[in-house]
Design a protein. Structure first.
Length: 399
């Protein structure tokens, strides 16, 4: 990142003004550059751009999306009927193996990932004898919602590979092959608002910081500088041949990481004047850390879990992980279970209940122990009522 500075006379440029023996008729003016804050260029708020700049090119956003999706997908959704769980229930079997090439965790990881990227996830049910026999996750950017004038959904259109399919929406019977799960959007009735869109400005700042750092490393990890020429006999200019020779020599022998630390031999009145980093440049690393913190907070991940320096919101890693599960993962999985329950009930019966099972989550153990202690001390509740509050099925009665 070299700056090639050449002094100019105050008068108009002419063909002979660069001759070594030619002196300017007027005193030379100091040359300076003014860098103003131009208009920032932001990433568009569409699915393709956010996925590319956020998930694919930003390590912080990528890790946050993976953390949320994988953690939420690790929580099982339990199927019960009238408070009793049955392993052979058709709905339970469908969730356990959504389709032959995909298990529950893989499907739900896609669903939760799409929610973080676009704010919306789309299920498709493949019917076998008028009953869902398989579940698929569709890319939300390929699904368009067609509505009436009053905002009611008429149908869904799915386009991929140049082919378009249309799925009707049954608002009365409720048996819809397509089901959407959306995060809250303040200005759209059907689409969800992407957490990645909320963090888009911070993602752009973080990505731009990475580009700046890479450019600095390519320039021997040094700031720019200027060569000042003060020739003998009062000559203030280099000839075109001298200027081109000097530029070629510097670019070939004193640029790039391999040339770092190589001494610069100056002759003929040349003086190297380094241009140091400004306080704003020195604070660039801190700006990237603040941007990383904003990305993590927008996606519901405590920055401490990502190892971001300077974050002391929690006393230790354990508290941060517990907050992540209770404030981000648990509400997301419960919302998904309730949404799937309403979608599948018209096919599998209205006594179907889907609930999130956090019994195998170590981070939720402290909360479970506190709940069991309160229930054990509640003498006014029956055993079945306590089991129901704890999310457990009723005891099986002996025949």
């Amino acid at each position: 990142m070299k700056h090639w500075l050449r002094p100019f006379a105050a008068r108009s440029a002419s063909a002979d003004m660069y001759a070594p023996s030619q002196k300017s008729a007027l005193p030379l003016q100091s040359l300076f550059a003014v860098h103003g804050a131009g208009r920032a260029s932001w990433t568009p708020r569409n699915y393709a751009a956010l996925s590319r700049e956020g998930f694919q090119r930003n390590a912080i956003a990528y890790r946050c999306v993976r953390l949320v999706a994988e953690a939420a997908a690790s929580v099982d959704i339990t199927v019960t009927r009238n408070g009793e769980a049955t392993a052979n229930d058709p709905a339970a079997q469908l969730l356990r193996r959504p389709h032959p090439h995909c298990g529950y965790s893989e499907l739900m990881e896609q669903i939760y990932g799409y929610l973080q990227l676009s704010g919306q996830a789309v299920f498709q049910a493949a019917l076998v004898d008028e009953i869902p026999g398989a579940l698929f996750a569709l890319r939300p950017d390929r699904v368009q919602t067609v509505t009436r004038r009053d905002g009611q959904i008429l149908r869904y259109e799915y386009e991929a590979g140049g082919l378009k399919r249309s799925f009707a929406h049954d608002s009365l019977g409720g048996k819809n092959v397509i089901h959407t799960l959306s995060l809250f959007h303040p200005t759209d009735d059907h689409a969800g608002f992407s957490p990645l869109a909320a963090a888009a400005n911070a993602i752009d700042v973080h990505n731009a910081g990475g580009v700046w750092t890479k450019a600095l490393l390519d320039n021997s990890a040094r700031p720019s500088g200027a060569l000042i020429y003060k020739g003998a006999g009062g000559a203030d200019h280099l000839t075109e041949a001298q200027f081109d020779r000097l530029k070629t020599e510097l670019e070939g022998s004193h640029s790039g990481p391999r040339a770092a630390g190589r001494p610069l031999l100056l002759e003929g009145g040349l003086e190297w004047r380094p241009m140091g980093l400004t306080p704003a440049d020195m604070d660039f690393t801190q700006a990237r850390r603040e941007a990383a913190r904003e990305i993590a907070l927008a996606l519901g991940v405590p920055p401490m879990l990502l190892g971001i320096p300077g974050d002391n919101s929690y006393a230790n890693y354990r508290e941060a992980n517990q907050a992540f599960w209770t404030q981000t993962i648990a509400p997301l999985v419960r919302k998904t279970a309730q949404s799937l329950e309403g979608w599948l009930r018209p096919w599998f019966g209205h006594d179907l209940t889907l609930s999130a099972n956090f019994d195998d989550v170590p981070a939720m153990a402290a909360q479970r122990e506190a709940l069991w202690s309160r229930l054990a001390a509640a003498d006014f509740l029956t055993d079945d009522e306590k089991r129901a509050l704890a999310g457990l099925p009723k005891r099986e009665t002996a025949p």
